[in-house]
Design a protein around this ligand. Structure first.
Ligand code: NAD
Ligand code: DAU
Length: 355
């Protein structure tokens, strides 16, 4: 089996669903179920014996080690993290705890577990760490995209905590010979994306008749990748990546935030027109910028393309239409994740921010 951390979150649940749609190999899904974790994403697996869910914290080394010893997975695929930049500005502590301390704990457990296995098992084992392009910092308009050799320059508590975790993973390969793999991916979008992030927030707010809050001038650039393409890249790296290596994953799809939001409004105008016939673009509002906001991210994905033959299958046009359709068809999922503490977060991040 494979041991997945954070498999009830956005990318993790897409990964688990895709994995079990294609493989018989079981998944042990280990997730703390923070505000971002949702077993509702995995409801289609509730009677599937290949999916074993355990609620727990990656900082709990004793529990993780016991699970590794009981189930003897051939790989760990590590998604679990605090993942939202804005939350890392309002409350960085959880990011240090989960992203740094938690990854350290997981590495320690993996190392202890592996030391008890025979050479053949040790050689085949993989620890795949899912990371982000944000560790590289920000690009100017004419800079070359981030490659695997770009210097780390994280700018937010979130990206700094992910950078620290990447360094720990690297050191466990070099010092202890742990067979690690790291992927640094650009912005994902698709089903089950929590509506605190740009794309699902804009869809949810548009449909609710609320403002569409653009930070600053909206000219910041992100390189968007459909989540299933990211999941396929992770599978490919797990299958054929070279231990100790890092692989950048991206969609060759740079867009400004305003372009993304205009695209969403135009799609919604076509698929679910407003009752008054006006465009959703009318709901766009400028709000105060994110402190330390990175201006541009872009990924040079040539290494994974050349060495592992991976390429994205979705274009932005095809992926974003699927995404909008999914949100239109899954309004109950959106309502469900918007209950609980969601509105408190929205208040905390957006109140008093209007320009
Ligand atoms: P997410 O916030 O949607 O999900 C995170 C999951 O981790 C949740 O299910 C949560 O319950 C779980 N979790 C949090 N703390 C935990 C802990 N201490 N122990 C166990 N589980 C815990 O995040 P996501 O967007 O799916 O991102 C997954 C990974 O991919 C993260 O490591 C993130 O840095 C990375 N990443 C995300 C993107 C993106 O665009 N979303 C892009 C590149 C890389
Ligand atoms: O690049 C990969 C990263 O992408 C991941 O590592 C992170 O986990 C993921 O959250 C994402 O980070 P971003 O900060 O780029 O994503 P977010 O959706 O929060 O914001 C995308 C852009 O949209 C960013 O420039 C900020 C802007 N934005 C965001 C929100 C929530 C707005 O203008 N208004 C908003 O309300």
């Amino acid at each position: 089996m494979i041991f997945v951390t954070g498999g009830a979150g956005f990318i993790g649940s897409n990964f688990v669903l895709n994995w079990l749609a294609q493989h018989q190999e079981p998944v042990l899904n280990y997730d703390k179920l923070t505000y971002a974790g949702n077993l509702g994403n995995l409801v289609s697996l509730q009677d599937d014996a290949r999916h074993l869910f355990v609620q727990g914290d990656i900082c709990d080394q004793t529990q993780v080690l016991a699970l590794l010893q009981t189930h003897r997975p051939r790989a760990i695929v590590h998604f679990a993290a605090e993942s939202h930049v804005d939350r890392s500005i309002h409350g960085p502590e959880a990011f240090i705890q989960t992203n740094i301390q938690g990854t350290f704990s997981l590495l320690q457990a993996a190392r202890q577990f592996l030391a008890q296995q025979d050479a053949e098992f040790q050689q085949a084992f993989r620890f795949l760490h899912v990371s982000t392009d944000e560790v590289y910092g920000t690009l100017g308009p004419d800079d070359a995209p981030f490659s695997e050799t770009t210097a780390y320059a994280p700018n937010s508590p979130y990206s700094a905590s992910k950078a620290a975790s990447d360094h720990l993973v690297r050191s466990y390969h070099h010092t202890f010979g742990l067979p690690t793999l790291t992927t640094n991916c650009s912005n994902n979008y698709g089903p089950y994306h929590f509506p605190e992030k740009l794309i699902p927030l804009m869809i949810a707010n548009a449909l609710a008749g609320k403002a569409l809050p653009i930070y600053g001038d909206g000219q910041q650039i992100r390189d968007w990748l459909y989540v299933t393409d990211h999941c396929r890249a992770i599978e490919r790296v797990l299958q054929a990546g070279r231990p100790g290596e890092t692989y950048n994953v991206g969609g060759w799809n740079e867009m400004t935030n305003l372009q993304v939001v205009h695209t969403l409004c135009d799609l919604l105008d076509r698929l679910q027109p407003r009752a008054d016939g006006a465009s959703y673009r009318q709901q766009i509002t400028r709000v105060a910028d994110r402190p330390g906001h990175d201006r541009r991210y872009a990924i040079d994905a040539r290494k994974i393309e050349r060495e592992l033959g991976w390429k994205p299958q979705e274009t932005f046009a095809s992926g974003i239409e699927k995404t909008v359709q999914w949100y239109l068809q899954n309004q109950a999922w959106v309502r469900d994740v918007q209950s609980g503490d969601y509105m408190k977060w929205i208040d905390r991040n957006y109140k008093g921010r209007e320009a």
